[in-house]
Design a binder for this molecule. Structure first.
Ligand code: 13P
Length: 250
């Protein structure tokens, strides 16, 4: 059975003391469940402290980004090996904000995914259509090519380390969520794509998360879809009670 996953993408929020406070209040409310992973992704400067602050809980810590090269003259960048050396085993790659504001294209994203996996880390890979693509009814094609152009270049053994996160761009930070039918039909489409490429067994064991305005008042409805294995939460992950309510909804 696939484990449930709730991941909080903190984006560019929280300084060191706020990081400590938020982790401690999540910890106070969080109950261990065998089939559940809880992941938080603070910014680079707070990753090492976050690992320390969550050392006596089952919270896992992920980075929000990673550089595509292993080392070298890339001023201001952070490598997978550096992340690993401070206890970070997961990286978010392909978030729409990085695609849009930092011009990350699919060739670069493939390099990032490959380098991260080569370092033995897991990847949360984000993708999703924008509003024009949705209106033009191109969302299935867009998502198919986003997945094929990056993830389907991986070997089976590499693909096993990927957590997929479908995040329709029009639902991110807008308060507008895809409805349960739109979510389930896309997740089922993605699972079929994976089955056609890697076989049914791997497809059935691959986690597919939904992200985009998941809140405590819509989480139950979103998570009740059979191909939704959890959520990638932005705004609502910055408040411990909201985040816990979302965790308790799965
Ligand atoms: P919101 O939950 O704020 O819409 O953000 C979603 C997201 O981008 C998570 O990566």
């Amino acid at each position: 059975m696939r484990k449930k996953i709730i991941a909080g993408n903190w984006k560019m929020n929280n300084n060191k003391s706020e990081t400590k406070q938020l982790i401690s209040s999540i910890n106070n409310l969080l109950k261990f469940r065998d089939n559940l992973r809880v992941i938080i992704a603070p910014s680079f400067t707070n990753l090492e402290s976050a690992v320390g602050y969550s050392s006596d809980s089952f919270i896992e810590v992920s980075s929000q980004n990673v550089h595509h090269k292993t080392s070298g003259a890339y001023t201001g960048e952070v490598s997978a090996a550096m992340l690993l050396s401070i206890g970070i085993n997961i990286a978010i790659i392909g978030h729409s904000e990085r695609r849009e504001y930092f011009n990350e294209d699919e060739l670069l994203l493939f390099e990032k995914v490959k380098t991260t996996l080569d370092n033995g880390m897991e990847v949360i890979f984000c993708f999703g259509e924008n509003i024009n693509e949705r209106r033009a009814n191109k969302h299935f094609d867009v998502v198919s090519s986003q997945i094929k152009n990056v993830l389907f270049k991986l070997k089976d053994s590499e693909f096993k380390k990927i957590i997929l996160a479908y995040e329709p761009v029009w639902a991110i930070g807008t308060g507008e969520t895809a409805n349960p039918t739109q979510i389930q039909e896309m997740h089922s489409h993605i699972r079929k794509l994976i089955a056609a490429k890697y076989g049914n067994k791997l497809s059935q064991s691959t986690p597919i998360l939904y992200g985009g305005s998941v809140k405590s008042n819509n989480a139950v409805e979103i998570f009740s879809n059979k191909d939704v294995d959890g959520g990638l939460i932005g705004g609502a992950s910055l408040n411990s009670e909201d985040f816990i309510n979302i965790i308790n909804s799965i």
